[in-house]
Design a protein around this ligand. Sequence first.
Ligand code: ATP
Length: 334
Amino acid sequence: MTPQEPDPGGHHGGTVGNSQAVVVDVRGLVKSYQGTPAVRGIDLRIRQGEVFALLGPNGAGKTTTVEILEGYLTRDSGEVTVLGVDPGRQRAQLKSRTGIVLQSTGIDRYLTVRETIAMYATFYPHPRPVDEVIGLVGLEEKRGARVGRLSGGQQRRLDVAIALVGNPELLFLDEPTTGFDPSARHEAWDVIKNLATLGMTVLLTTHYMDEAQFLADRLAVIAAGRIVAEGTPATLGGRQLATARIRYRPPAGAIPPDGLCAPPGPDGYTEITPDDVVQALHQLTGWAIDHGDSLEGLQVTRPSLEDIYLSLTGPPSAGGSQAALAGKRKGRTA
Ligand code: ATP
């Protein structure tokens, strides 16, 4: 079994068959708010060194789950172990061993980046060297800049730096790139990948499928308080088994062989889902060469992670835009 595969065995609570320590172990987690269920029996296991992504529509229960793991919320029932301790009862023991990326709105705008990180380093028993943290988040050129002068993306890097300086074993990243421009997002992904190579365990929540695809070793989709699918980005919801589709624009006046043609859709493309895609492609391209046609726009596609996600969670809900999500956890700042 690879470190990425779920362990079908029993509850070990420590080291499991593949020798990767279980960092987060959740069994039958339940939480309601004023009698309304938000989390309805979640099982989750995350191993050391994994980047694990939690996906799900607005209101699915992701933040509730994560805040229970962080020790900020109490659960109604279920077993939860984070780094071997119960966050509901021993939160103080977890504080120096976990990093939580909050929004840096509470930071003194007149301190420099380096001064800020150095100040936070004093709160921890075994901090990571300040300049190393600055390098990890790629803020070397801004180390002497005042916090108030940083761009939004740079401030988010500082948030990550603050979460890292305590040298955490487990890092919680809640929607780390919401509101970023595309280049800032890719830079942030590089930072997160960098952390994963250091062996840190990362629990990430995100609404971006490309982010989950790029960063996550494993992911789980939560819908209405339950995990509806779990796997790797390549295998979630049986994605690897999904039939490939062949799309092409049929040449005018020529009819491809039986089994390879279908009435074109509104965009003029024919789409087929053959049992044997290699064989079908061979036949189709052979036929096209014989007829001197280039099969304009020929594509072979499998469902994207987003297609799978939507099939698991239903059509997107009207509520909650990305912009609205950017303001989450307003009450909890660094
Ligand atoms: P999003 O993607 O929008 O952040 P989420 O998956 O993080 O959503 P949660 O924030 O965990 O979802 O919310 C789960 C459910 O619990 C929602 O129906 C939400 O309205 C409700 N809820 C969350 N916090 C509270 C609270 N403090 N009081 C009452 N209900 C709450």
